[in-house]
Design a protein around this ligand. Structure first.
Ligand code: LLP
Length: 384
């Protein structure tokens, strides 16, 4: 089974192997994003039936070409910090402010004030801003994020709902939120839920839509129901790529049941995860009486997902892609941590120093979560 590639024999990078081998630097790892795949994914979201607006959650990957491709396909950009707002505006000169959605969490007052000043739609996920800074909300239209108390997602670190989640308002806080918004002169025109990341079941968004529509009954000005992101891709944790036809059917049903609302989605991973790969060169080989290691020049400072979430990324020797498997080894990086293991117990062909390894599904939450731990520069980025 280890030979069956989760990324699928049809993965785009198989047909671009020569270009990737030519791109891979001698002495540094490199993320490569395939813009055709980004465009196809973004279009698949933008053309979902009865989706009034799709937003690309740029926290997954902030490369300017990825942002431009998402916008060209018809998506807006969902930002989580004022830094992301500035980066989106820089990537797409003249980007209208109504194509930006700002969803901060525990951010300082200045970020809310600047976004509202710019005319960007804001999603509030707590009452502190309305309670303590009402003056910045006068005349604004806002969305409130609600905690639906039902966590979802591929790992506990990415589940953003439930009693101990720091995101969103408890439904019980809603009456106070309505009063504070009215006092501040703000109009609540949207409600939002994002309960986690890496969800494969389209019925999740049906439950969210029904929950939001029921919650919205108490709010006469609400016309937008933002169903969040979290659209899954194939991952060894058991998550599967979301069935877009089934998701379209869910949106159609929601539209039929609640025609008075506009529905939004804000996926990140679905747009860019499978469109990106991380290329690295083999640095050293090691065999002890107990274990076998293949060292590569990309470690947890370039891609932290295996160390942080136990995420499994398929890894291939791109130089010897079609060679017969020879042995099982752990694939490790150059960082001083035992968690610096990019893949455990992987079946590999005979491998040599300087071979190019490819880590699949690396486009989302890869480079954006990188660091220069150990004073090692993380992987750079290129697009094809
Ligand atoms: N909307 C909100 C409010 C979010 O917090 C997130 C992700 C998204 C949309 C996009 O979720 P997506 O469609 O990408 O699942 N670093 C983790 C994922 C963290 C997700 C954080 N929030 C990982 O590598 O799996």
């Amino acid at each position: 089974d280890a030979l069956i590639d989760a990324a699928g024999p049809a993965a785009w990078w198989r047909t671009k192997r020569d270009a990737l081998l030519a791109l891979c630097p001698q002495d540094a790892p490199l993320y490569v994003y395939d813009l055709e795949t980004v465009r196809a994914r973004a279009e698949a979201v933008a053309t979902l039936p009865h989706l009034d607006r799709g937003w690309y959650a740029m926290k997954a990957n902030g490369h300017p070409d990825v942002i431009r491709t998402a916008v060209a396909a018809g998506l807006g950009i969902e930002c989580v910090s004022i830094g992301e707002v500035h980066a989106a505006m820089a990537a797409v000169p003249g980007l209208p402010v109504d194509r930006i959605l700002f969803t901060p969490n525990f951010a300082p007052r200045s970020e809310y004030a600047e976004a509202i000043e710019l005319g960007i739609h804001l999603t509030l996920d707590g009452l502190h801003p309305l309670r303590h800074w009402p003056e910045i909300f006068a005349g604004s239209e806002i969305t409130l994020r609600i905690n639906p108390q039902r966590p979802e997602g591929h790992h506990k670190h990415v589940r953003t709902a439930g009693p101990d989640a720091k995101f969103g308002l408890h439904a019980d806080e809603l009456p106070e939120g309505i009063e504070l918004a009215a006092r501040a002169g703000a109009k609540i025109i949207g409600l939002h839920v994002h309960s986690g990341s890496g969800i494969s079941d389209p019925d999740h968004w049906r439950r969210v839509g029904v929950f939001l529509a029921e919650t919205a009954r108490a709010l006469p000005d609400v016309r937008i129901l933002d169903l969040g992101g979290g659209l899954g891709v194939d991952e060894a944790s058991g998550a599967r790529r979301i069935d877009m036809e089934a998701l379209g059917a869910v949106l159609t049903d929601l539209h039929t049941a609640f025609p008075q609302y506009s529905f939004w989605l804000e996926p990140g991973r679905f747009i860019i995860a499978e469109a990106g790969v991380l290329l690295a060169r083999v640095t050293q080989l090691k065999q002890t009486p107990d274990a076998r290691f293949v060292g590569i020049n990309a470690g947890m400072n370039s891609l932290i997902r295996p160390a942080l979430y136990g995420a499994r990324h398929e890894i291939f020797n791109l130089t010897h892609l079609d060679d017969a498997p020879a042995y099982v080894a752990d694939i490790v990086g150059p960082i001083c941590e035992t968690a610096d293991r990019m893949g455990a117990q992987r079946l590999l062909p005979e491998t040599w120093e300087g071979d190019v390894f490819l880590i699949a599904n690396g486009g989302a939450y890869g480079r954006v979560m990188a660091s220069s731990y150990n004073m090692r520069e993380p992987a750079g980025e290129a697009v094809i």
